[in-house]
Design a binder for this molecule. Structure first.
Ligand code: GAL
Length: 331
């Protein structure tokens, strides 16, 4: 790719890797390591959306995959870094889901730590054990084979884990931000975003946490820090269908988060430009260049042809943030 091409807000445009294959790294993120950007996400399938759950392309049979690049445009496929299993006894037996995987590096243990929203075979959302957990895996190389450590539910077993992200603070402490669901049946949707401080090795959680009251019924969180404020972009709860984004800001991660409304400019249909937030990353060597990664999920036709929509974040002097749509651009 020579530039990031998004097209019109209703269009689906494939991005290709350096072998000419469609990039298939859903709802993951980007980590800069060993002089390169590494883009990872869950590999989805070329199946139509359908309600029987079995032919749903949003359920994985491959695992988490990774691509590398020096310029954020040319992506070389690095392979599967966390694989599904074909052993029925395994927790990773496919089809299953590693949704919204996120990776951060721990300087003390020299390990890359991955957290995700884990859903056991056959990959259906639910409230039972195994149907909404945090999954954790580690690796001593950014693009190696991650070792599965297992699943957990932060705070207590009552709260199922849905969409999630990780955030590493300037002091090296790390946080798991997730949509905690205390419903007794899935349809109840008694869900709210929580932020939980992780242990020093980032592999488990501590008892320090906060319920983000203002982010009741929000998901797909992504956090960025700029000039004294943390900003968190989120989506509403409409499954794979896009909806209006909303962001929150706070001076402290475990502090009170203020509802700041929709960051999207001229988004006439209020659909986050027909996307849902994935993650935010900073461009190396440019202190002020943050990119909002989002995804236009193609659940009506083929999950293999979801579109990646990467847009620059603009920060205002009054500590606000905004995002405008670009049909195509480069740095
Ligand atoms: C979305 C969520 C995705 C996935 C999807 C499945 O709301 O953000 O990660 O779980 O629902 O329906």
């Amino acid at each position: 790719m020579e530039k990031w091409v998004h097209g019109e807000t209703h269009e689906f445009i494939d991005w290709l890797d350096t072998d000419g294959n469609v990039i298939n790294a859903s709802d993951g993120g980007i980590i800069y390591a060993e002089g390169k950007y590494h883009w990872y996400g869950q590999a989805l399938r070329d199946l139509p959306y359908d309600h029987d759950g079995r032919r749903n392309g949003g359920v994985g049979i491959t695992g988490v995959v990774m691509y590398e690049s020096e310029d954020l445009l040319h992506w070389r496929y690095e392979g599967v870094i966390l694989a599904c299993s074909d052993d029925p006894e395994s927790e990773l037996y496919a089809p299953m889901r590693f949704e919204r995987p996120k990776i951060i590096y721990n300087e003390k243990t020299k390990q890359y730590v991955l957290w995700c929203h884990y859903i056991r075979y056959p990959g259906e959302h639910g409230v039972a054990a195994g149907q909404g957990e945090a999954g954790v895996a580690v690796c001593d190389k950014v693009n190696g084979s991650y070792r599965w450590l297992g699943t957990t539910r932060p705070i207590d077993d009552l709260g199922a884990v849905r969409d999630c992200t990780l955030y590493k603070d300037q002091d090296g402490s790390a946080y798991f931000i997730y949509d905690r669901d205390i419903s007794t049946v899935l349809e109840e949707m008694n869900r709210c975003l929580y932020i939980v401080k992780l242990s020093e090795d980032y592999c488990s959680w501590t008892t320090e946490y906060r319920r983000i009251e203002s982010a009741y019924h929000r998901e797909a969180p992504a956090i960025v820090y700029k000039d004294g404020y943390y900003y968190m972009i989120t989506s509403g709860l409409t499954g794979w269908n896009y909806n209006q984004a909303k962001y929150f800001r706070s001076r402290e991660l475990l502090g009170e988060w203020e509802d700041m409304g929709d960051p999207c400019i001229e988004d006439t249909e209020h659909t986050t430009f027909c996307t849902q937030t994935t993650a935010i990353f900073r461009v190396e060597g440019r202190e002020d260049c943050f990119i909002h990664m989002a995804e236009r999920h193609n659940h009506q036709h083929s999950f293999l042809h979801c579109s990646y929509i990467w847009l620059p974040i603009h920060f205002g002097e009054d500590h606000t943030m905004s995002i405008s749509y670009l049909k195509e651009w480069t740095l």
